[in-house]
Design a protein around this ligand. Sequence first.
Ligand SMILES: Cc1cc2nc3c(=O)[nH]c(=O)nc-3n(C[C@H](O)[C@H](O)[C@H](O)COP(=O)(O)OP(=O)(O)OC[C@H]3O[C@@H](n4cnc5c(N)ncnc54)[C@H](O)[C@@H]3O)c2cc1C
Length: 378
Amino acid sequence: MAPSYNYEVIVIGAGPAGSLAAAEAARAGKRVLIIEKDTEVGIPEHCGGLVSTSGLKNVIDDYRIIKKKIDKGTLIVKDRFFDFSFEKSNLVVIDRQLLDKKLAGLAIKEGSDMVLGSYAFYKKENNVNLVYIKGKKLSAKYVINAGGNAYYPKKEGKILATQFMFALKNRNYDGIAVYINKELIPKMFGWYIPYEEGLAKVGAPGSPEIALLVAKKILNNLNLNGEPIKIMSSYLINGGPVFKYNTNDYVLVGDAGGQTKPTTGGGIIFGGIGGKIAGKLAAKDALDKYNEEYYKQGPGRDLINQVKIKDVYDALNDSIIYKIVEALHVKNASFSGDEFDFHSKFIRRILEDPLLALKIAEVIPSAVFSYLKSLFFS
Ligand SMILES: Cc1cc2nc3c(=O)[nH]c(=O)nc-3n(C[C@H](O)[C@H](O)[C@H](O)COP(=O)(O)OP(=O)(O)OC[C@H]3O[C@@H](n4cnc5c(N)ncnc54)[C@H](O)[C@@H]3O)c2cc1C
């Protein structure tokens, strides 16, 4: 006799990845429960909310969550400005709390149960998936762990970041800004993301002290004045997808599964796609195909290349980055189509452009150039 479970699918965490997983499994008629430790979905928020609309359509079709369209940006390297047009990049800033609430709403609409304010402990006993909440033991045929960055199993590949909501005085800047300064920020970069009139999210990898220093430098460079009115620190995942921890009845999705862009830590889109694939496969009793599906049909292959691109970026110094940015700026080469999500498509396009490739070959060490080319053309 087949064992009876409390639920066919239990999902840990009601972020975008978890809610989409639950929605897919529930839509297929499965008994699904999402467990969320916080008392309100979407809060506390730890996100810049910057996504592309081409990516967003994989996650939600309700564009009322969009707060702002981003048409331009500034890259600041060595305190010099490079302005780029992002008109073809489909970039938007979303209301992240609203996104999470809408996706949780979708999961419930499709028939999933949800409990809030309950920390889930997962354990496998005698080959059965068990999830403990508030002293209650629940069994599930499948468990989808979408509990976020705390569950990412690789020691490397997490980077502490701090983000402030700044209230701006006098004037706003409507573009995004990226601030590169390897002395202050050895990995990744600082960022400025406009939120709504008079408010911007400004942050950087590092402790609150470092991030505040960086944030003030960014505002200075943009000729803005402001004070932080909110602060949050959390981990960005930039180590790439993890496949070996997944089994035929338990998978890690979203940040927990490393489904973020290693170049930026952005994970709303690729985590959302990961959640959807997991929910669909669990509903078809085919969770054992998860790695294959995420790698082949999903963005897994691109993310693995992005880890290598991130490693190259980490190894370059400001002077070289400056020269690369200068070369890109001359040709106004910025993201187009879905390249904001698939960064390796962007790099590939640059390397395919004979003039740009020549310029970049001139400024980066030849071994690094050959390595980059080998990622795409071998
Ligand atoms: C500073 C910062 C800025 C960012 N900016 C962007 C950006 O601009 N664009 C972008 O795409 N991404 C951005 N990200 C990344 C993005 O926030 C994550 O990739 C995304 O939230 C991952 O979604 P998720 O569903 O996997 O996890 P989460 O959104 O983290 O959701 C996990 C959920 O699980 C719950 N949970 C955890 N453990 C348990 C448990 N044991 N029991 C029950 N519930 C549990 C949590 O409370 C949470 O609600 C940023 C991240 C940071 C830190």
